[in-house]
Write a protein that binds this ligand. Structure first.
Ligand SMILES: Nc1ncnc2c1ncn2[C@@H]1O[C@H](COP(=O)(O)OP(=O)(O)OP(=O)(O)O)[C@@H](O)[C@H]1O
Length: 274
């Protein structure tokens, strides 16, 4: 579905009856070395529906990034299995987009050419890639900065470029690892608003790791709360907010307050910042 639907302006999140977009089933991850044996994840199971937005919160070191790496096929579970679009993940997957805390742009390439890097790596037809890049530049408000180099862009703009690059090949699943953690509070708020709109417009399934409880609840359909290492799922919260969310109005809603208070309670003093 997400591959051929690029614009879904007003519809709510589709909850499809078919296979989930991501299935994490009874997963353990152990890292063994001569010096130590670390169980990063234990018995983690979660299904993410097509087009759903799921946020993952938990104390530092509980295995959030490890979970995303499993979905991307960059790590193999020690037990259990991960499925992406119905297929068992058994190696690096190219049908995903990945956004990290640092935009990691190439300094010698313009914004446009950083975005098009994705197309070059995938050998996408040039015309199709340029058209898609233009669409994404408009969607993320980067118009007028296509020829700017990374050092000429603000942190928020650099992250927008990274987001365009991650979405260029229209991946059905987008993995985001603390993408706004390095931004100032106001820019982060703006990026939250934009990401929510882009998610609604593209229909992409999103898994977002964040240390911000407010960010998780504002953006997601469901929030996965994890325990300290070895990371297990403490609870999965359905935030119950409408698909269209005005930022200020959402902050004042009972559902928002209830969900954030509940998550803070679950995380207790182990919660990392907000
Ligand atoms: N390649 C690795 N080799 C050995 N141990 C690892 C490896 N990757 C992660 N770990 C360990 O697994 C645990 C989970 O790490 P991970 O980075 O997934 O946590 P996190 O929840 O994303 O942390 P943070 O919020 O601080 O970014 C940590 O104890 C970490 O030291």
């Amino acid at each position: 579905m997400p591959n051929d639907v690029t614009v879904r302006k007003d519809s709510p999140v589709p909850r499809e009856a078919g296979a989930p977009s991501v299935r994490i089933d009874g997963v353990d991850v152990r890292f063994r070395s001569k010096k130590r044996d670390v169980t990063a994840l234990r018995e983690v199971s979660v299904d993410v529906a097509m087009g759903e937005f799921v946020a993952i919160v938990g104390p530092s070191g509980c295995g959030k990034s490890t979970l995303l790496k499993l979905v991307a096929g960059l790590l193999a579970p020690s037990r259990g299995e991960v499925r992406l679009q119905g297929e068992r993940v058994s190696g690096p997957r190219h049908d995903i987009g990945y956004v990290f805390q640092r935009a990691a742009l190439l300094e010698w390439r313009s914004a446009r050419r950083n975005i098009l890097l994705q197309a070059e790596m995938r050998k996408m037809p040039a015309q199709q890639a340029r058209a898609r890049a233009c669409e994404l530049v408009a969607m993320t408000g980067l118009e007028g900065f296509e020829d700017a180099y990374p050092h000429e862009l603000s942190g928020g703009m650099q992250q927008r470029v990274a987001l365009c690059r991650a979405l260029l090949h229209q991946p059905p699943v987008l993995l985001m690892d603390e993408p706004f953690g390095a931004l100032d509070a106001l820019t982060r708020e703006q990026m939250n608003i934009e990401l929510h709109r882009i998610w609604r417009e593209t229909g992409t399934t999103i898994l977002l790791v964040t240390h911000s409880i407010a960010e998780a609840v504002y953006l997601a359909d469901r929030v996965v709360v994890m325990s300290p290492r070895p990371g297990t799922i403490t609870e999965i919260i359905d935030v119950g907010l409408p698909a269209r969310r005005d930022y200020a109005e959402t902050m004042g809603r009972d559902e928002f307050r209830d969900a954030t208070t509940h998550i803070r309670g679950l995380l207790g003093t182990a919660a990392a910042g907000d």
